[in-house]
Ligand binder design. Structure first.
Ligand SMILES: NC(=O)c1ccc[n+]([C@@H]2O[C@H](COP(=O)([O-])OP(=O)(O)OC[C@H]3O[C@@H](n4cnc5c(N)ncnc54)[C@H](OP(=O)(O)O)[C@@H]3O)[C@@H](O)[C@H]2O)c1
Length: 185
């Protein structure tokens, strides 16, 4: 009986080891040199820093955000730093048609970085329903809009190397960070 149990245990453990090997996360290197990198929210903060970096690595960069003034300033700062012009697109990610038009105009994307994001830094019970909706519309629905608009041309690319879609988020969405608990304790 003990032998059968040991055999069964051995079988289960072996299966788990094989499965964990198959599904283990693997890092993939996506080349960006001479490739089209499209960054939403690329006119400031992390998006702008990513745009600078991608341009310095010889990517063809497009940035999308709402404010034309901020986009122009971002374009100027990248040009001053690198001598390279990035393409800019003014659109609100909440507006699918506007996003789709911008993405079509920019040409097929190799690397899409969905980085736009807004956060109203208050505890949930102090946020109005409109503020909550605003964050969901920009952060969630806006991201779906961007990806949906970009996917057909990204999938249709031929012989252009691996494509990639990245979403920028907060660690607060990955680990347990609670503003409410901190405020209460
Ligand atoms: N900074 C942090 O400490 C931090 C921490 C955790 C996570 N993150 C995440 O990192 C990402 C970038 O954050 P950040 O601090 O660098 O942001 P940021 O400096 O505030 O920049 C946000 C960018 O998104 C654009 N944007 C905002 N609403 C938009 C809309 N409706 N449609 C299109 N573009 C829009 C902004 O331009 P316009 O206003 O002109 O549209 C700007 O280019 C966000 O997703 C954020 O949630 C940041």
């Amino acid at each position: 009986m003990a032998a059968i149990f040991s055999l069964f245990l051995f079988f289960i453990v072996s299966l788990l080891i094989i499965l964990s090997f198959i599904v283990r996360p693997r890092s993939v290197t996506i080349p960006i040199k001479f490739r089209h990198v499209f960054i939403t929210g690329g006119s400031s903060g992390i998006g702008l820093a990513l745009a600078h970096r991608a341009v310095s690595e010889d990517a063809k960069v497009s940035i999308l955000a709402r404010s034309t003034e901020k986009l122009a300033e971002a374009k100027r700062s990248i040009q001053l730093a690198t001598g390279v012009e990035v393409a800019t697109f003014s659109a609100d990610v909440r507006d699918y048609d506007a996003v789709s038009k911008a993405i079509d105009e920019s040409g097929p994307i190799d690397v899409l970085i969905v980085n736009q994001g807004v956060f109203i830094g208050k505890e949930l019970e102090k946020q109005s329903p409109e503020e909550v909706k605003f964050m969901i519309d920009v952060n969630l629905t806006g991201s779906f809009n961007v990806i949906k608009a970009a996917l057909p041309a990204m999938k249709a690319r031929e012989g252009r190397g691996p494509a990639s879609i990245s979403l920028v988020s907060s660690q607060a969405g990955q680990v347990r960070i609670s503003i409410t608990l901190n405020a209460v304790s």
